[in-house]
Design a protein around this ligand. Structure first.
Ligand SMILES: C[S@@+](CC[C@H](N)C(=O)[O-])C[C@H]1O[C@@H](n2cnc3c(N)ncnc32)[C@H](O)[C@@H]1O
Length: 277
């Protein structure tokens, strides 16, 4: 979730930028890379506000706490508003999921930018088969469903029944989604023969564990997607080297075209090349 304000009175733009990361709202500058130096706010408070208020109202509410000067601004030369939140139009289910997650104390739901990208990528695969590893309480599931067309199908796997139940309560009426409560490792090995147009790997199995069998399940032209690749304050000491190793392993592959996004929580979009490329 990003919050931005421009002020052209001094001839240069001043911006206020807030970005949701796991557990907190973190403020950044321009390329979002110095987030660790920024102040943080409690995410549940922001979540409630975000569901109630529009971005300009949020900006004025948080301005005293979030202001960072020297940001390059976000208005393009045409004057078009490039603030990512404006008109992001989250699916209605997401607000309900954020509220239920806050009640449950679940603080790993994806941010709105991540959700928006998932929705766009899902929309690029009409009739596609999608796999999500790590349903959580269903925030990313809701964004994926919002991008999928009517004959696309999504399987989403979660280890913790309490989290999956929240997602099922809010999204369970949608016939395109199948909720699986199971260890992702078991799921991956039991479904090795299956292939998917998009895999969002948002937990250990499929990301830090069992990478090879997971990538083998991506169809030619299909996406393997991971987020949370930029440093976060709550990472344990041994996490950063694992992230670095994962990025290196993916970058070394010839069979996937990789794009890194130093944006939102940090993304890798990996697209399987067709054998005939
Ligand atoms: C980052 S959260 C998922 C958040 C969700 N995808 C979203 O963006 O809103 C990771 C989830 O993976 C689940 N998880 C942890 N270990 C797992 C495993 N071995 N198999 C399946 N899910 C697991 C956790 O319970 C947690 O809900």
């Amino acid at each position: 979730m990003a919050l931005v304000k421009q002020d052209h009175r001094a001839g240069t733009a001043v911006a206020v930028v807030g970005q949701f990361n796991h557990g907190n709202c973190t403020t950044f500058r321009n390329n979002y890379s110095d987030s660790l130096a920024a102040r943080t706010l409690e995410r549940p408070i922001l979540r409630c506000l975000v569901s109630l208020l529009d971005p300009p109202a949020l900006v004025s509410f948080f301005e005293p706490q979030l202001q960072i000067e020297g940001y390059g601004g976000i208005l393009g030369p045409s004057g078009g508003n490039m603030e990512e939140l404006v008109n992001i139009k989250p699916p209605p289910a997401v607000g309900k999921i954020w509220a239920a997650s806050a009640e449950l104390g679940f603080d790993m739901a994806c941010d709105a930018l991540t959700g928006s990208l998932l929705r766009s990528l899902a929309a690029s695969k009409p009739g596609g088969r999608f796999l999500e590893l790590g349903t959580g309480t269903g925030a990313s599931t809701a964004w994926l469903l919002a991008g999928m067309n009517e004959n696309a199908q999504l399987i989403t796997v979660e280890l913790e029944p309490n989290y999956s139940r929240v997602a099922q309560k809010i999204l369970g009426q949608d016939p395109r989604v199948t909720f699986v409560i199971e260890n992702g490792t078991t799921f991956l090995y039991e479904h090795q023969h299956e292939t998917f147009d998009l895999i969002f790997a948002d937990t250990w199995p499929g990301k830090y564990w069992h990478l090879e069998p997971t990538l083998a399940m991506v169809k030619p032209g299909g996406f393997y997607l991971i987020d949370d690749m930029l440093p976060q304050e709550n990472w344990p000491e041994d996490h950063a080297p694992m992230v670095a190793a994962l990025i290196e392993a993916l970058e070394a592959r010839e069979d996937f075209a990789i794009t890194k996004l130093n944006w939102a929580s940090g993304w890798l979009i990996c697209t399987r090349r067709s054998a005939h490329n």
